[in-house]
Design a protein around this ligand. Structure first.
Ligand code: SF4
Ligand code: SF4
Length: 253
């Protein structure tokens, strides 16, 4: 029997997935931007609400990371950056970081115009094969060894990367929001969670499906075997099939 460690959700760090659209379709993408591709974007009003609620908090954010999908493809990308810079103006010590794949002309044209105050983390990807990725789609619930795991413990992503804000709302981590999108549950909190809310109910739903749960703490890439292909355990095969069916039904309405 394996029992996960006890991890807490950071209320000083946040990752915002502003879109699930991506111009690369990497194997084992932990936002399912390749496995369940969709042009779902965060609404600008969600960002405005986040900024307003953050300005009322007694402590500022240490770091806000903007991701996706490929975040620069959001149709209102500049307006989102402008909103986040309001937080930086109020709290200059807050780090605002844009995480991009750096791939393609359109993305790079936007990167050339990133306003001052926003730092860029560019992974310079140029292929959908990412051997350093973990096996996100190998669900622990499909392993007999994890039959009695306590999924509400989460993993260290909740504390090292922080909570997630996604088009579906707030989650203990952005990965959990991406899982919820595929499940179609929309269980995310709809306003900024209070500091005593670890969102363990949402970990319970997401972590049983997340390959990152196996590691618990961060494991350096070189200690993991390279992953050259997409790997799904049977739960994920089923969830992606169900997602595709729902999508067709929605499009036919
Ligand atoms: S670039 Fe990032 S978001 Fe896009 S498919 Fe690859 S891992 Fe996923
Ligand atoms: S196991 Fe996955 S879903 Fe759960 S907290 Fe970690 S990264 Fe998030």
């Amino acid at each position: 029997m394996f029992m996960g460690g006890q991890y807490h959700t950071s209320h000083e760090l946040i990752e915002i997935d502003i879109t699930y659209q991506c111009n690369l379709k990497c194997n084992n993408c932990n936002r399912s931007s390749a496995q369940a591709p969709d042009n779902i974007h965060i609404d600008l009003n969600q960002i405005i609400n986040f900024v307003e609620q953050s300005l009322k908090r007694p402590t500022p954010w240490k770091r806000i990371r903007v991701l996706g999908g490929e975040p620069t493809l959001h149709p209102e990308f500049s307006a989102i950056m402008e909103q986040l810079l309001r937080l930086k103006a109020a709290h200059p010590e807050t780090i605002i970081e844009l995480v991009t794949n750096g791939y393609g002309r359109k993305v790079n044209a936007t990167l050339d115009r990133i306003p001052e105050g926003i730092s860029i983390e560019n992974s310079y990807k140029n292929s959908n094969v990412q051997p350093s990725f973990g096996p996100f789609n190998m669900a622990p619930q499909d392993s007999i060894w994890y039959t009695f795991a306590d999924y509400s413990n989460g993993c260290d992503i909740t504390s090292s990367c922080g909570m997630g804000l996604t088009p579906q709302g707030y989650y203990p981590c952005a990965v959990a929001g991406g899982i919820d999108r595929v499940l179609g549950l929309r269980r995310g909190r709809q306003s900024l969670p209070s500091t005593d809310d670890d969102m363990r109910d949402l970990m319970e739903i997401a972590c049983r499906l997340c390959g990152r749960f196996y590691d618990g703490h961060y494991v350096p890439d070189k200690l993991r075997p390279p992953l050259e292909v997409q790997k799904n355990s049977h739960s994920w095969d089923k969830h992606y099939q169900d997602w595709a069916k729902r999508r067709i039904e929605t499009q036919n309405k």
